[in-house]
Design a binder for this molecule. Structure first.
Ligand code: COA
Length: 169
């Protein structure tokens, strides 16, 4: 990383609300299996996009996906359903940040929303040469934002252990 802490003071913090985003889409036959259920990969694509929007809004720099944590699909999403993805930056480390995404399906007739999936992704801010760049810290405000901030620290430790284990194989 070129822009390491100590060499340059980090930019001032931004509230979580600066990155909060909502992406809405509709599941079409091309995104589904023969039973008319959305493919997991189609949902993962939307999750990546929703997270990238939040990460970019927070950092103001180009961002890349470094990793996506484990993801469960809790309920099927059908062709014709509207999908709503809510995303925000939970915590910034140096150049990397954890983004949380929650996926809901909205029934087209009743407008009832059901929580279908959640995911945590790590994005890294980069410069035009692809080198990681320090990102402004996020300042959690509400109880929920502070909980997510705290828990993001624990998840980061687990990711580092996972990457370290992989590199000694
Ligand atoms: C992500 C990437 C920029 C990291 O570059 P790097 O030279 O390994 O940089 P560093 O080792 O200095 O790590 C930079 C940051 O990324 C984090 N990081 C790197 N690999 C990671 C991973 N697998 N999971 C989570 N975080 C990761 C580091 O923890 C570090 O965070 P910090 O600055 O907040 O402490 C680089 O690997 C890359 O460009 N990957 C391809 C990204 C891409 O194209 N994604 C689209 C899907 S293919």
């Amino acid at each position: 990383m070129t822009n390491t802490p100590g060499r340059k003071p980090p930019p001032s913090g931004k509230p979580v609300s600066a990155s909060q985003s909502e992406l809405t889409d509709m599941i079409l036959p091309n995104d589904a299996n023969p039973l008319g259920n959305a493919l997991g990969g189609a949902i993962m694509h939307l999750v990546d996009l929703a997270a990238a929007i939040a990460a970019h809004r927070h950092s103001g720099l180009p961002v890349v996906t470094a990793s996506m944590d484990h993801m469960d699909f809790l309920c099927p999403i059908h062709v014709g359903d509207i999908v709503v993805l809510k995303s925000s930056v939970n915590r910034v480390f140096r150049s990397s940040m954890e983004v949380g995404v929650k996926v809901f399906r909205e029934e087209s007739v009743t407008n009832r929303r059901q929580h279908c999936s959640s995911a945590y992704l790590t994005f890294v801010s980069i410069d035009s040469s692809g080198r990681p760049q320090i990102c402004p810290p996020v300042v959690p405000d509400t109880r929920e934002e502070k909980r997510r901030y705290r828990e993001a620290g624990t998840r980061r430790q687990q990711r580092i252990q996972h990457v370290n284990k992989r590199s000694v194989k």
